[in-house]
Design a protein. Sequence first.
Length: 301
Amino acid sequence: VSTQSTGEITDLPEISVSDLRITQKLLTDCLSIDSTKTESTTILYDEDEMQSLYHNCYTLAEIVTAVTEGKADSMCTVVYLLTKVFKKSLPKQEEVDQFISDMAKLSEEKKMQRVTWQLIDPIISILKHSTRNNAENLISCLASIRRNTMLSSPSRENILISCDLITVVEENLHEYIGNFIYKFKHPLAKKCTQLGKCGFILRYRHDRDNHNHTLKLVTDSQYYLGRGVHCHDITSSRDMCLYWNRIITLPDGNEVDTIMPGGWRWWSYWLPYYTKIGSRTGFFVIYNLTDYLVARKTQNG
């Protein structure tokens, strides 16, 4: 192979048919890979879907139906649906008992993510400040969930992870896209030799035209290059529970740390006389390690 003064390459051998076929296959494979990159995420939160679910569950029976049909797939979601049900009605105790029994069976059958005490305990504490007559009934129901090992998990089985960094990917009149970067080493990733810190990225998108908010766990390893963290395959959105919180000041001067599940301001009904809403104190992921702990216990005999 030689080059002329024009910089053009000369004396190249003719390309065979087999060479063309190989080139075509490589191009096809590359196009296939590129087309799937945007799909290498798993949904953690979709406000449209959650709001639709929230506004269509008015009874305990409707929550059971939503879980049965796979529309509500975690006890965290169920807890927030309960704040709506008890707002609109006052279920009888026998209905609550049946609900707890049904949910325990469904949780075992569907391997649902249980609600952690780190989430349910603050909600119960907030409700104790409520002036609503039905607050005690909701507290009683949540306490029953907390006592049931099929529906809730102790704090020791979960890790609270705060967001380490937020970066802007794209912003215009129609949408905002950002990366929420978390540093987290899963116990199963013991001997990690990859560059950067163990962790994961949640891609946040605000669709300004349709007023929707979504959060997705990025699972494409190529997307993590140059972003300071890498994600192990063992990391799963199924084991994540997302929330942020704000400090609410009550008329008596007491401050309560309210849990904000996505965009729902559920506490606006249960704490109607708040006087001040503080800024966000954090954007957290609670990661459940129950499966790992059970496996380790079995291994150790």
